[in-house]
Design a protein. Sequence first.
Length: 140
Amino acid sequence: MMIEGQCPFCEWTAKQQTGKQDEALITSYLAKALMDHLRRKHARHDEARIDNLAFSTILSQRTQMGMIEFSFNDEMSQWDLDKAREIHRMLGEAIEAAVSDTLIYQFFVEKIGFESEKAAAVLMDFRELRQGSKDLVRPS
């Protein structure tokens, strides 16, 4: 089985062949590598950087079907409707998970009295229960 991590903003890719027994471990390593790449290559490093994000619709000349055109800074991508719906779903799920993370963290700090570091560690355990991994989950 081949597991792959791809950057949504550039051509960066990491692949690893693995057996079923090591799938979770390899997925975790690739997720960490992707997050490291995103932080180093695409994260805001100073206030001068401007993140221009835009969506528009186009009609594909090849398929005569509507598509979504996505641009981020100087990069552009075009998605068919199925891909756009998948990204929409993933973004919605990530937003809800972030809200949940905030509530869980605040609960442990404000109501239980945990120090910040302990609350963050407990949050990681909740995240693992919610999504099956403490790291990025990206279905294939």
